[in-house]
Structure formats: C-alpha cells, structure tokens
Design a protein around this ligand. Structure first.
Ligand SMILES: NC(=O)c1ccc[n+]([C@@H]2O[C@H](COP(=O)([O-])OP(=O)(O)OC[C@H]3O[C@@H](n4cnc5c(N)ncnc54)[C@H](O)[C@@H]3O)[C@@H](O)[C@H]2O)c1
Length: 380
C-alpha cells in the first residue's frame, strides 16, 4: 500500500507502552495490500510479535516480511497450515480478499484464535452467519476492520444522534462514490472480490450511519447494481475484460423502528458526488459531507439543522482532531490487541456488522430478482 494512501489515516506516530506479561503472538493471513497497514501498526506496538504469515502465492509472505524488516517469522502456504502448526497464537489478522474471509476466520475460531477480519465482513449473509456461529461456538471473538470507527468526527455523529437533538430518526440518505476510481487487483473479479463497490466502499457508508443509530435490524431491501463502467474498456482499459463485480449500487432499505435508509455507492459515475449523508429526525437533521467516508473521516464540517425558539438555526460542527496515540489503522490494531487481553468484547462486533452484511447481500439478491425482498436471517 502506498505511503500516500496510508498517510491519510495517520495523525501522529504511535508509541504504545501498555503493561504486558508477555508479548502477544500474532499471525497474518494474506500478505497483500491491506496487510501492509497491519504489519506497520503491529511493528509499532511493544507488546506484540508477528510470528507467522501465510499467503497462497508462493514466496509472497517471505518477500513481504523482508520488505518490512520483520525477522523470525514462520511461513505457510495457506491459512490452514498456519493455524494447524501454530498452536500458541493469540490472534490472527485475516487480510485475504473478500471471498476468502469466511474460511480462514472460521478455521481460526475453531482453533480458539481471536480474529481481526478485514472489511467487508464477507461476500454473502450466509457466510457472515457461519462466522457468527463459529464465533459463538468458540467463545472467542471477531472484530471487523472498520478503522473509521476510531475517528473523532465519526464518533461525533453517534454522539449527536445519542444526544437526542435530532429527535426520532425516520429517514437517512447515505453513500458515496468517486467519479472515476475503479480499483484493480483482486477487487474486480467475482472469484476474489466477490462483490464490487457495494462491498468495498459501501460497507463504510452503511457502518457510519447504522452505528450512529444503534444498528437497527434491516427488514426489506429493494436493490439495484450495475457494471457499466467496469466492463467498458473506454473507462476501465484492459481490466474491463476481467471485471465481473458491480461498480454501482443503490437501494431503499426498511429498518426496524420505521426508519428508511436510502443508499447509493459508486466506484465510477458521471457526476462528482452522489451527495452528502443526511440524517433526518423529528427535531433536527444532520448533514455529513461524507461521500468518500472510506477515507476514515467526514469530508468537512457537519451541519446540524434545528429550530430554536421558532427560528431555523444551522449549527456547524467544527472538525475535531483525533487525540491519543497513533492513526486510525494503529488504533484499529491496538483495539484488537487490547480485546485479546480481555477475551473481548470485540471493538467492532459481528453482531452489528451482520446487519451491514445483510443489507449488502439483500441488495444483491433483490437486484438479481428485480424486486424488493425481505431479509431472512438464520439461527446463529
Ligand atoms: N481497511 C481498509 O482500509 C482496507 C483497505 C484495502 C483493502 N481492505 C480489505 O482487505 C482485504 C484484502 O485486500 P488486499 O487489497 O490486501 O488484497 P490482495 O489481493 O492484495 O491481498 C490478499 C492476499 O491474500 C492471499 N490469500 C487469499 N486467500 C488466502 C488464504 N486462504 N490463505 C492465505 N493467503 C490467502 C492472496 O494470495 C493475496 O496475496 C479485502 O477484503 C479488502 O476489502 C481493507
């Protein structure tokens, strides 16, 4: 991952000095792009050592650790060999592409190992439910890698909702997108990415608002997906030939509590932005410039619209600076390590992200059927 990409999450250099009896032993499964942020954060923590790494591509994990100057690591050809041969692991980072989220996570849990799983949770709702079942059976935890959760402005959205100043929330529009910004690599093929913009960046917009309002259960979805840009060589060059996921998704979702969620997300489109996130409440509304919220924070000051003594008042919420040690990626890793020490709770729990995944899955299912569907959850 380029320094430019990573630096947008960095506010300051981390230097953790937590009291520990011994160093936590961590394995990294999948040594591609996002694993770079994991290893860089682990390297900054004094109470952890990365002892094992696995990648399906021969030699990739070895080169990866060499590049980051990490020594003494044992290497394996897949998650199975790593977990079978490392009985003393305290946790694993699962940094595999989306279609390989469920298998390593479930295998780790079956061996009693807590997991930091990269976003999106999975490709389908059924996979997410299988992970939740394995988690329940294991008594260990899975935390999902949503680093924006650690941003002070993102946290402010929840604080504003929780304060009651918006009254009862009844409608939310959210989502985001880039005029052009289709990734390449493993993101764009069904066999590896599984889902496109919907899962890759859509999961962030959904998490931002659902977390703020307490993750109500999604009930129905009317969804749409398309791939007009990804499949067109005019917009996606040579990658168009192998593009087999969505590059745009939109949906109308009914949530428990009579809340309507209006969502759209794009890797590419012919407009600069699909609009800000707006949370409508009976006593006020909140506008969140957040069209690229996968970057970890809001895109500018938020505005709270409300009435004071009969007058319309617009209150601008100034941008907050993050405090504490480290950037958002470091905080994500730190929160995982701290949760290992207490065997949970997970900083970003699957009980919440199951609903995020249910919406993503519901959009795909509804789009395939061409009509609104009811979301069906199964026994965990
Ligand atoms: N949190 C973030 O900001 C962020 C940013 C980028 C990507 N991601 C997520 O991280 C995940 C990985 O993305 P990436 O860009 O690093 O992908 P990538 O293709 O660069 O790397 C994934 C690696 O996992 C390996 N792999 C797959 N299955 C494996 C298995 N069973 N055992 C061992 N190795 C296996 C692959 O060979 C590959 O090298 C995706 O789910 C993506 O959505 C998160």
């Amino acid at each position: 991952m380029s320094d430019k990409v990573l630096s947008q999450f960095k506010q300051e250099v981390v230097e953790e000095k937590k009291e520990t009896g011994r160093k936590l032993k961590i394995g990294i499964i999948g040594t591609g792009w996002i694993a770079e942020s994991h290893i860089q954060s682990y390297k900054l923590m004094e109470d952890v050592e990365v002892v094992a790494a696995a990648d399906l591509i021969p030699g990739k994990a070895e080169k990866f650790m060499k590049r980051f100057g990490v020594e003494g690591v044992r290497f394996y050809p897949s998650h199975k060999e790593l977990i079978d041969n490392e009985p003393d692991l305290d946790g694993v980072s699962v940094c595999t592409y989306n279609t390989q989220h469920a298998a390593p996570t479930i295998y780790a849990l079956e061996h009693g190992i807590p997991v930091l799983l990269e976003k999106p949770f999975s490709v389908t709702l059924e996979e997410a439910e299988a992970i939740c079942r394995a988690e329940k059976a294991s008594g260990k935890f899975v935390s999902v890698g949503f680093q924006p959760r650690f941003d002070a402005n993102m946290q402010m959205i929840k604080k504003i909702v929780d304060s009651g100043v918006l009254g009862k929330i009844y409608y939310i529009q959210t989502g985001g997108g880039r005029r052009r910004g289709i990734p390449g690599s493993t993101f764009i093929e069904k066999s590896t990415g599984g889902i496109g913009a919907l899962g890759d960046i859509g999961c962030y917009s959904l998490d931002m608002v659902l977390n703020a309002i307490g993750y109500p259960k999604p009930l129905t979805v009317s969804g749409y997906i398309s791939d007009f840009f990804g499949k067109n060589p005019k917009y996606n060059g040579a990658d168009a030939a192998r593009f087999s996921v969505d590059d745009f998704a939109a949906a109308f979702i009914r949530l428990e509590g009579g809340i309507i969620l209006d969502f759209r997300i794009a890797w590419a489109m012919h407009v600069n932005t699909p609009g800000d996130t707006i949370i409508f409440g009976t006593e006020g509304a909140l506008r969140i410039p957040s069209t690229d919220c996968w970057n970890g924070s809001v895109g500018g000051p938020m505005t709270l619209y409300h009435d004071v003594a009969g007058a319309h008042v617009d209150t601008v919420i100034p941008i907050l600076q993050n405090t504490g040690k480290g950037g958002l990626f470091d905080k994500k890793i730190r929160s995982f390590l701290d949760a290992i020490k207490t065997n949970g709770p997970a900083p970003v729990p699957t009980s919440q992200i199951l609903y995020n995944q249910a919406i993503i899955d519901g959009i795909n299912k509804s789009a395939a059927l061409g009509k609104e569907i009811e979301i069906e959850f199964h026994e965990i």
